[in-house]
Ligand binder design. Structure first.
Ligand code: ADP
Ligand code: MG
Length: 711
């Protein structure tokens, strides 16, 4: 047995538990060791029974003198009652719904019990205490000490994890090798890995557990920095085709636009075009709030690339968006002779310059052939673009829209069959706090579009309480009667089965509005005379597309036009329907600020006054603090910082997208730690660019890279 032994080969972990562990990405013993607790419960307070105090969390040790499970006839639940005795006295313990307990715990057993002392009319008792059999407090796992509490899922308790983990850690601790260079451990006073693993899972004190966590945070940050810096070094050596600015064509393009570019658009376009001129790959992130007009900027870069005879790949996150970008880019390029391809799940399309810009359907095979032959100037699509089958003949530029990941990886895939590396332009409307940007995008040059096109009206944002629902529906009706359209966002797709018995956690979830229920309600009861549409992630791409195009038909009274679209968060990014003026969000406290800001950006895109209505029945002050921040601020970047501050990094919306593990998120708040790790990573790479003297580090880094690949 070693660290990479699969959990399937561990005694005590059957197929069911294997599946549950895999939910957390745990496949090997090593993964299990690095599955860290979320918090600790302090049961170290071991006291004699006579000294127990009501409402105090404590641990006692004694002998079971009586234990029995019975079933209450009223509620039909199992109740296990026991009496525990030590030299100083006796106390009752009660467990609910654990009928098998009497198989483990019997009279005469010595046990440790940890829990809270509760009082009822029949006296004091321990309610649902955690138990552990034994006489000696030295090697306790579940009681009598600081015990780790892990992120849990149904059927995977912290108790079980502790039970499996501890013997493995004892058996394999000698195989755990230090991964960080000795100098770093010394310089930053970091705990060695073996000790840190013990202290993080079974801490001897809270301080030591924190010190252990700091070590792992440092390490994670350090890998990210190393990874990013190495990528950067590597790219600096790569060659890319130089694409000098074709000034006349660019000027023609700008003239052909129905609007004037903002200064911020001009500035970032210029930077991008300058990047394209260099014989080294561009690696730039364009950050701009929703609606700030990033597409035109990207189009300009594509045009310049195409006019040099090179192709552009344009990757977007969803099918709907790929279709919309296809149309938008076709429109922007209508005066220019350019072949545009759309590669989607089901129905590929092609707009040919020979066919007078007519859009036709095309078979996948044909589209791929044209792409390989370099005949497609710009190919738009989702992740489908990085399948093995898609090969470009002369790829010059890759645009990634709203792909908050390590763009380098996508690029690596896109240019597999080339000896030249294409230029990369990443775009995002998700504002990224400074510490994050420094870390995750450390290898990118950054351009900001920090102003919106002129003439945009401020979106009126308000919270709506449950008792204002009726008047809000009335308001929505007025907007529709004026010819406008409305989004209704719900946090989830399905309602719950009315007959289902619900656990507490499910109960609170059950109150959350579901798209299907809201759709039914609005369609049948509230607005039977209006046309309501529904959109969610479980629909097929074709269904989604039909709905979006019916919603996009914004001419007043257009046939089959959808007035109100009830949707999940799939409308989050990029959808552009200038005629929509109301964004109504159910259960708004369920969403992150950055995400709410994105929803809000779906309206206010046309000439009409727009509204963002935040429904909530939460009375938590934190919720209102957050929603107020949204009401006050229109600046996505400021909101992201705020979200990080109020909700804490663990909840920060979108961190998953960056592939950053939860535990580490807290360390991102610590900018000085980020800077330290960055500096250390730089030093190491200067000394030893290939990490020849750090085999452990190299191996860890490879694993880290794989993980990023997978996410
Ligand atoms: P995002 O940055 O969110 O991707 P888009 O590129 O989709 O924004 O642009 C949003 C809308 O604004 C589009 O309809 C686009 O045509 C329009 N637009 C872009 N730039 C300008 C501008 N300078 N003036 C007016 N409208 C603009
Ligand atoms: Mg966009």
């Amino acid at each position: 047995m070693n660290l990479s032994t699969s959990i399937e080969n561990i005694k005590g972990i059957g197929p069911v538990f294997q599946r549950r562990l895999k939910k957390f990405g745990i496949k090997t013993i090593q993964d299990l060791f690095f599955h860290f607790p979320r918090r600790y419960e302090d049961f170290s307070n071991l006291i004699p029974i006579s000294k127990l105090k009501i409402n105090e969390v404590c641990t006692l040790q004694g002998k079971i003198t009586y234990i029995k499970t019975s079933r209450s006839w009223k509620k039909r639940i199992y109740i296990t009652e026991a009496i525990i005795e030590d030299k100083t006295g006796a106390i009752k313990a009660i467990w609910f719904n654990q009928p098998y307990l009497t198989k483990t715990l019997r009279a005469d057993d010595s046990v440790f019990l940890s829990g809270k002392v509760t009082i009822s009319k029949n006296g004091a008792y321990l309610s649902n205490p955690i138990y552990e059999k034994g006489d000696f407090s030295l090697d306790l796992t579940h009681t009598g000490r600081l015990i780790p509490v892990y992120p849990e899922t149904v059927g995977l308790s912290s108790r079980w994890i502790r039970y499996i983990l501890k013997p493995l850690l004892i058996n394999l601790e000698n195989q755990i090798k230090e991964t960080l260079p000795e100098e770093l451990l010394k310089e930053f006073d970091l705990m060695p890995i073996k000790k840190a693993l013990w202290e993080v899972h079974f801490p001897s004190s809270l301080e030591l557990s924190q010190k252990a966590q700091k070590r792992f945070s440092f390490e994670e940050l350090f890998y990210i920095e190393l990874f990013v810096l190495r990528e950067r070094n590597r790219l600096n050596k790569e060659k890319s085709v130089s694409l000098p600015i074709k000034l006349e064509i660019i000027q023609d393009f700008v003239k052909s636009l129905p609007f004037k570019l903002t200064d911020a658009q001009k500035k970032s376009s210029w930077r991008i075009l300058k990047d394209l001129e260099r014989p080294r790959p561009m690696n730039r992130l364009l950050e701009g709030d929703v609606g700030s007009g990033k597409t035109v900027v990207a189009a300009m870069a594509a045009l310049n690339t195409i006019k040099h005879g090179y192709q552009t790949a344009f990757m977007v996150p969803t099918e709907i968006l790929s279709k919309q970008h296809f149309q938008e880019i076709a429109k922007l390029f209508s005066d220019f002779r350019i072949n545009i391809g759309l590669l989607t799940g089901k129905q590929d399309q092609f707009r040919s310059k020979k066919l007078k810009n007519q859009v036709i359907e095309i078979s996948r095979a044909k589209l791929l052939k044209k792409t390989l032959e370099g005949e497609i100037d710009i190919l738009i699509g989702t992740h489908a673009l990085i399948q093995d089958k898609v090969k470009f003949g002369k790829l010059g530029l890759v645009v990634l829209d709203e792909q908050h990941r390590f763009g380098v990886e996508q690029r690596a895939k896109l240019c597999r069959s080339h000896n030249m590396v294409p230029h990369l332009l990443s775009m995002t409307a998700t504002p990224i706090p400074r510490t994050l940007a420094l870390t995750v995008y450390g290898d990118l040059d950054l351009s900001l579009i920090d102003e919106l096109p002129k003439g945009r009206k401020k979106i009126i944002t308000k919270t709506v309480k449950p008792n204002q629902r009726k008047e809000t529906y009335e308001f929505i009706r007025q907007e529709v009667e004026k010819g406008r359209q409305v989004f209704v966002i719900c946090p989830r797709i399905e309602g719950n089965n009315k007959n289902e018995e619900l656990s507490e956690a499910k109960m609170s979830w059950a109150k959350v509005k579901a798209v299907k229920d809201e759709y039914e309600k609005l369609n049948k009861e509230i607005f039977p005379d209006l046309k309501i549409g529904m959109l969610h992630g479980k629909m097929t791409p074709k269904e989604k597309e039909n709905i979006m195009s019916a919603f996009g038909r914004s001419a007043v009274g257009g046939r089959d036009r959808i007035d109100i679209l009830v949707s999940t968060s799939v409308v989050e990014v990029g959808i552009d329907v200038p005629n929509a003026t109301v964004m109504m969000i159910e259960g708004s406290e369920r969403f992150g600020l950055a995400q709410l800001h994105q929803f809000r950006g779906r309206v206010g895109r046309g000439e009409h006054q727009s509204y963002c209505l935040l429904f909530t029945d939460s009375s938590s002050s934190k919720t209102h603090q957050r929603l107020n921040a949204l009401i006050k601020s229109e600046n996505g970047f400021a909101l992201a910082e705020k979200d990080l501050e109020i909700r804490g990094p663990g909840d920060f919306s979108g961190t998953r997208q960056w592939g950053i593990p939860d535990l580490m998120m807290s360390s991102l708040k610590d900018i000085s730690l980020v800077e330290k790790t960055r500096e250390s990573a730089k030093q190491i790479l200067i000394q030893d660019p290939q990490l020849k003297n750090f085999p452990q580090l190299r191996e860890k880094l490879d694993r880290f890279r794989q993980r990023i690949h997978l996410e």
